[in-house]
Design a protein around this ligand. Sequence first.
Ligand code: URA
Length: 202
Amino acid sequence: MKEPAIETIEFKSFEQLRDTCLKCSGCGLRAGAKQVVFGKGNPCADIMFVGEAPGKQEDEQGEPFVGAAGNLLDKIFAAAGINRDDVFITNVAKCRPPGNRFPRPDEVETCRWYLNAQIKFIDPLIIVCLGALATKTLINPQARITRIRGQWFEKNGIKILPTYHPAALLRDPGKKRPVWEDFQELMRVYKEMITRQMTIDW
Ligand code: URA
């Protein structure tokens, strides 16, 4: 029997979403990848980070951001006071593109259902777009990361902050300063939101 299209599936739980995603062969990327990299972290996270696509290390280990860009992301997290286990980290494309090429629009379109469903389940306060692909996918296809990084956007009640991809910082260390400013802004707004929530709660 033919499998139902992903967009017609009503995911009942985060686990069902993960299992469906891990079995996906909805686009050509799966054939060249070792495994699907669903994402990792707290399914109830306040902050979600969305990158581009798994690289070689991520494809081998089945986890996002565990290679060179991930090591740098870990350093930024440590400096900003972010614990990996508290947030949720994923990518726009869940399978490694051959030779780490940029995911194609049809591949992004196919995978988008999973990202949308992840966002729906996690329901974060804030999404941080790491790089151009996440920024174009979640904010606006015409968006230019160089122009809009560090600015806040809002969609469906979720605040979205675009910043440079950690791999871009490895190529151009001059981008470290703006990214650090973006993370400081992220934490400033996050702490403000949490404080407001706590005040309302009691
Ligand atoms: N680059 C990404 O965009 N995502 C990863 O998981 C690793 C590197």
